[in-house]
Ligand binder design. Structure first.
Ligand code: PXG
Length: 457
């Protein structure tokens, strides 16, 4: 029998023998054994050796209300006893899905009044691909099939989700992307801006969308999909000029705008949605992660009126769905999670108090010899670690320095994520100012340790 009392070594042995983790180099992991996380409270995790770790990543960008919320456990228990499962196929529904849908229509941007439920962000993006193409079929424009995505975008790990990703190393495994998905440049000013100002660069990369639409032919282009701020791609925050120009282009060429809010949604930017942060009007909006603060798996696609009207009025049967679409327990927990975010004014607190504080403290790290840029928006932050701050020369091989720093962080009681050689934070939205101080002080110590190891003064 496995239980918490098993020693770390025994747990690691079973883990090694039977478990294949996602995005993991198994040989590397097996050489040292997994770090086993056994419990969590607030912003802290504990591992099987009893070590406390500040979770600077909110799990995987998702535990927005923090760990250990009794209300969410109570709601799950009650719902499991009342109605643990029923499907929403065959013309049925149930109160938790109805209540959550109503709440979502309330908190999401105007014009998004319907939701299609999934179990994850990946499934939400698979749903997007099918819905977008269905929409254009219903408009008698069946040639509009191509979805334009971006380099460094992350949209999931299913075949469609991974195809939408703008990461060649992901495409290499599994013959991706699938047909009719193409990628354009990301608004990554720090490394790609050259001598352009952020404002000039924002316009230039947005125009890459227009150029691509014209190259492909507007009658073949169905949609553009993008994260408001690219998360897994390295917290790439677009210049202010970028999104208005993208919106202009989508409107002018009449292509659907899909805003992937899986990371930015539910308060991460200090607004309820990244779309609110940038003033976007999405046609479709995939959501997951912060929707339930990660307590249960649930995702969905918020569907704008234009697409919803087409599906409802002339769509016939939409041949798509999952056994657990609108799972009662997941919906009940997600609804309770949204009420916590709303009632405790957690998003407003990020916008007014803790977000600006994190920004101030995070930007102080820019004085460190390794840090080429310290950028942040709300509770998303990145530090670009470079060999030479003047000319932005990077360390080789790419990624090694980030992993080195990440390991120092873990060993010193802080989770930061490394993307290439950028260090990333995305803490629970309930982190306090003194906990932000703790995060910054461990981060600085680990940057020093990384610099010492690399022999950088
Ligand atoms: N869209 C976005 C913007 C995401 O960040 C997904 C879709 C897919 O969601 P699911 O629930 O299917 O995982 C994501 C997920 C990382 C990391 O290492 C990021 C994600 C997932 C796993 C790891 O930063 N984002």
């Amino acid at each position: 029998m496995m239980n918490d009392k098993m020693t770390t070594v025994a747990l690691q042995a079973y883990d090694r023998r039977h478990h294949l983790q996602p995005f993991t180099d198994y040989r590397q992991l097996h050489a040292k054994g997994a770090r086993i996380i056994t419990r969590a409270e607030g912003v802290y995790l504990w591992d099987s050796n009893g070590t406390r770790i500040l979770d600077g990543m909110a799990g995987l960008w998702c535990v927005n209300v923090g760990y250990g919320r009794q209300e969410l456990a109570d709601v799950a228990r009650r719902q499991m006893l009342d109605l643990p499962y029923y499907n929403s196929f065959f013309q049925t529904s149930h109160p938790p899905a109805i209540e959550l849908s109503r709440l979502l229509a309330e908190v999401t941007p105007a014009g998004l009044n319907h939701v299609f439920y999934t179990n994850s962000g990946s499934e939400a993006n698979d749903t997007v691909v099918r819905m977008v193409r269905r929409y254009w079929d219903l408009q008698d424009k069946p040639t509009k099939k191509i979805i334009i995505s971006r380099e460094h975008g992350y949209h999931g790990s299913t075949v469609a989700g991974a195809s939408l990703c703008g990461m060649p190393h992901i495409h290499k495994q599994g013959d991706l992307p699938i047909p009719n998905i193409v990628h354009i440049e990301a608004p990554y000013w720090y490394f790609s801006g050259a001598d352009l100002s952020p404002a000039e660069f924002g316009i230039k990369v947005a125009k890459a969308l227009e150029i691509k639409i014209n190259e492909l032919g507007v009658d073949r282009v169905a949609a553009f999909i993008a994260e408001p701020i690219q998360g897994a791609g390295g917290v790439i925050i677009p210049p202010d000029t970028y999104w208005p120009e993208i919106q202009r282009i989508c409107k002018q060429y009449d292509i659907l705008l899909v805003v992937d809010e899986v990371i930015c949604g539910f308060g991460r930017t200090g607004k309820w949605f990244g779309s609110d942060y940038f003033g976007l009007k999405p046609d479709l909006m995939p959501i997951a992660k912060g929707l339930s603060s990660g307590y249960v798996p649930i995702g969905g696609v918020m569907v704008g009126d234009r697409v919803a009207d087409a599906l409802i009025d002339k769509g016939g049967e939409f041949q798509h769905g999952f056994t657990y679409s609108g799972h009662p327990t997941a919906c009940a927990v997600a609804a309770a999670n949204i009420k916590i975010l709303r009632d405790e004014k957690i998003v407003e607190n990020v916008e007014r108090e803790t977000g600006p504080y994190l920004r101030k403290r995070w930007s102080e790290l820019a004085d460190h010899p390794l840090v080429g840029e310290a950028r942040s928006a709300g509770f998303l932050g990145a530090l670009e670690l470079v060999k030479n701050k003047e000319n932005k020369q990077t360390f080789q091989p790419e990624g090694k320095t980030g992993v080195l720093c990440r390991e120092f962080c873990f060993d010193n009681g802080l989770v930061m994520r490394a993307v290439r050689d950028a260090m990333i934070v995305s803490p629970p939205l309930i982190i306090t100012k003194s906990q932000i101080d703790e995060l910054i002080s461990i981060a600085r110590k680990c940057l020093d340790m990384t610099a010492a190891q690399l022999g950088v003064a």
